[in-house]
Design a protein around this ligand. Sequence first.
Ligand code: SF4
Ligand code: F3S
Ligand code: FES
Length: 249
Amino acid sequence: GKGYDAHFRVWRGDAAGGELVDYTVRVNEGEVVLDIIHRLQATQAGDLAVRWNCKAGKCGSCSAEINGRPRLLCMTRMSTFAPDDVVTVTPMRTFPVTKDLVTDVSFNYRKAQETPAFAPPPGLAPGEYRMAQVDVERSQEFRKCIECFLCQNVCHVVRDHEENKEAYSGPRFLMRIAELDMHPLDALDRQRSAQEDHGLGMCNITKCCTEVCPEHIKITDNALIPLKERVVDRKYDPLVWLGRTILRR
Ligand code: SF4
Ligand code: F3S
Ligand code: FES
C-alpha cells in the first residue's frame, strides 16, 4: 500500500493540565485515526490513554475532537486528510479530562438517571400493550443513539458553560424525553419535566448536535423542535395534559 509519515499533534495531560505533543507516525492505506493512535501507543507513547471498544462506530467510546471537530476516532478515515496536514487530536472539551484523550462523561449518566424510565399506565400488564405501527416508527430513529455524547459535547449551551450543566440535560436526553413523550402508553408528564427539570427552553435550535451525530439522527428537527412545539401548544395547562392523557388511552 501507499504508506506515508503523518504529522500528529495529540493532547497529553490530565486534570491538572497538559499540552499538545507532536509525533511523526506511519499511516497505511485504509486506516482510521484510531489506528494511528494505537500505532503511537505501540511505538512511541506507551502510556497514551484512549477509550475505545468496538472500532466499528457502534459502542460510542472513542469520541474526541479532530482538528477541533467532534468525531469518533474509529470512523474518521485518514484519507479525509492530505498527507501533509497536521492532524490534531484533543479530548472532548465539555467534559473533565481524566487522562490524555479520555474524558469523564459522568455528567451524561447523571442526566440519564434524572430522566425517569418509560412509565405505562398503572394496571396495564406487559402483554396488554397495544400500539399503532405509526407510533412505533415515529421514535425508531432515536433508538439508534450509541451514546457517544458528541452532541452533548458540541452543544454551545454547556460547551464552555459549566454553570448551565445543572439546569440543562443536553440534546441526547431531551431527545430521550421527546421519544417518551411520543410514546402513546407513557403516562408521565414529560413536557412539563422537559421544560422545568431539563432546560428545554435553553436550546435555541442551532443544530450543531444534529451535524455531529454519527448515527445521522435528526435530533433538532425530529425530536427537539417537535417537543418545543408540543410544550408551547399546551401552554402549561395541566388540564390539557390530563385530558390528552385520558383521551389517548
Ligand atoms: Fe451520539 Fe447521536 Fe446519540 Fe448524540 S444522539 S449521543 S451524537 S449517537
Ligand atoms: Fe444545542 Fe442542538 Fe439545541 S446544539 S442548542 S441542543 S439544537
Ligand atoms: Fe466503538 Fe469507536 S471504538 S465507536
